[in-house]
Design a protein around this ligand. Sequence first.
Ligand code: 3HC
Length: 283
Amino acid sequence: MNIKKVMVIGAGQMGSGIAQVCAQAGFEVFLNDLKEEFVQKGIGVITKSLSRSVEKGRMGEEDKEAALNRLTASTDINDAKNVDIVIEAAVENMEIKTKIFAQLDEIAPEHAILASNTSSLPITEIAAATKRPEQVIGMHFMNPVPVMKLVEIIRGLATTDEVYQTIEDMTKSLSKVPVEVEDFPGFVSNRILMPMINEAIYTLYEGVASKEAIDEVMKLGMNHPMGPLTLADFIGLDTCLYIMETLHEGFGDDKYRPCPLLRKYVKAGWLGRKTGRGFYSYE
Ligand code: 3HC
């Protein structure tokens, strides 16, 4: 299948990154969110990121302009009637996602693929909200999207080989590396990453070491680019908690029990970088 037009739903951190890499790779992109101000904020982030690439000599000014010209701001989900694929990057909430997918199923052309950037929710359940489960698939990008090479591609129970192949080819055309995984809670990335972050939070909670010491151990001892507590702030503590809850519920094993300190921070509204405070302060 030939993909030319893309709609990205959600202009936040992940959605704007996905829209950027798609526009850079030559796709026509509708960046959609509920309000014009959200979309404009996303386009602002993309413009800044592309300008940095120009400054760094990775891209010419004309290429930047061409990429921006391929981006269209959208606040009307009906724009999905013009696209070959929708990549949904809205909030991690099953009710909201199934509602969006049911709507998209009515609007998008028959041939269109419906993909979700969900970080841990079951693709098969999202697909069941549509009448085209064979064309529903997970495309899990990593944060920050313009920098990170990986895209986890998650097959739902009904996803066809043809749809999988189309998404694998598209991922490569974005200069990303696709990895195929089956639909189980947390897939591969978050099944391994989140329990490590949760354990780092338990280590802090139990007073084993300071936050700086925990991060230093993992950075200098294991060569991680960021310590786990810095990474948790970067991802968002609400997202970390949500993924741990998905793992806990999905596997029913107490080894996935979210740390009470993580819950406390989320209740306080200390969600990490995006709110100016998490384990560290960003004011
Ligand atoms: N957008 C675009 N480019 C960005 C960026 C962003 N948000 N953040 C950093 N960059 C670029 C910088 O511009 C810089 O490029 P340059 O060398 O041309 O200037 C390059 O990345 C390196 O950035 P910095 O020098 O500022 O800082 P670092 O060397 O510390 O790199 C990092 C930053 C790439 C974020 C690095 O710290 C890192 O790899 N961290 C771990 C990220 C990670 O683990 N991501 C996965 C999270 S889990 C996930 O996404 C799954 C989800 O479901 C939870």
